[in-house]
Ligand binder design. Structure first.
Ligand SMILES: O=c1[nH]c(=O)c2[nH]c(=O)[nH]c2[nH]1
Length: 302
């Protein structure tokens, strides 16, 4: 019975490369997901386990990050062309390469009517939410309204620190005075009235939170959440409480020193999990009782 190896290729999928250009105070961001795949003389790797021709997928990954700094990512087309040519031209067994790149859009955050230098909001609208509870009938009826949003993804490329934390024998985290901070925010705010211009308040609450995220020289995501909630309560007397839930979407500085390449907070690996999950409620001292406003949200037992 004749058996032979058919089509095959191999590579590293979903390299989450984030390149920040920070030569001037006005930073630029390129946020991409890169897949590499090589085709060529890899018969022996499959049939007898001979790795003699196999450029490791790990090396392909490192090349993606190194090229982000060495060649830059002026366009994803040119970046992918550079990678493909490199793999094919520098490796005899490689006859072909397929590089697939997705680029995620970021729009500059607006603060005080102007584009911000180092804060962006991920393109594509967030999801607006409303949770309404009505209890009772006639003169005994009470209504609670919670406004909110989710999937508001925001990132700042500087203006974030994290240090001064306790250490124990398991601590490896290095303190930092300059890091990327990013989150995909979930926020809900509890109104104390229904006499509200819902659209206008929604737009303003979102803007206040984005501006607080952008402008605070943050010492922790916890401090940023508190500042966001405080900004909303200070501007909106009709809101009694803001609840915030924020995954800390870690961006790790990629170690390019191993290749003799300097990386001063320019090339990052955007890790998807695990993530820190920072959650806080910011509430007025004299907030009326929430009653059933928060009870049994979807997923309450999940
Ligand atoms: O803003 C942060 N808050 C934390 O609690 C924390 N913990 C951690 O490892 N990194 C961070 N960052």
């Amino acid at each position: 019975m004749g058996i032979r190896l058919g089509e095959n290729q191999y590579g590293k999928a979903e390299n989450r490369v984030v390149r920040i250009y920070r030569d001037t105070p006005r930073h630029e961001i390129v946020d991409i997901n890169v897949g590499t795949a090589l085709r060529g003389d890899f018969e022996a790797a499959h049939t007898v386990g001979d790795q003699g021709a196999v450029l490791p997928t790990d090396t392909q990954k490192q090349t993606c990050y190194a090229f982000a700094k060495e060649k830059g990512i002026a366009t994803i087309e040119q970046y992918a062309l550079d990678l493909a040519h490199h793999f094919v031209d520098e490796n005899d067994p490689v006859h072909g390469a397929r590089i697939e790149v997705e680029r995620y859009g970021w729009e500059r955050a607006t603060v005080d009517g102007a584009d911000h230098d180092h804060t962006w909001v991920r393109s594509g609208a967030e999801v607006r939410t409303a949770d309404i509870t009505v209890e009772g009938k006639g003169s005994d009826q009470t209504t609670w309204v919670i406004g909110g949003l989710k999937d508001l993804t925001i990132l700042k490329s500087t203006g974030s620190e994290f240090h001064g934390f306790p250490t124990d024998r398991y601590t490896i985290l290095e303190p930092t005075t300059d890091r990327v901070m990013a989150t995909s925010l979930v926020a809900k705010w509890r109104f104390t009235t229904t006499d509200v211009d819902w659209d206008a308040v929604y737009a303003d609450v979102k803007q206040l939170m984005v501006a607080a995220f952008a402008t605070l020289q943050s010492l922790a995501l916890q401090q940023t959440l508190y500042a966001m909630g405080t900004a909303v309560l200070e501007a909106h007397p009709e809101i009694a409480e803001v609840r915030l839930s924020a995954p800390n979407k870690h961006h790790f500085v990629y170690d390019l020193a191993r290749f003799g390449i300097e990386n001063h907070n320019e090339v990052f690996h955007a890790d998807d999990r695990p993530y820190g999950l920072i959650q806080a409620s910011v509430i007025r001292d004299d907030a009326p009782d929430a009653g059933p406003a928060w009870t049994m949200q979807r997923g309450w037992l999940a």
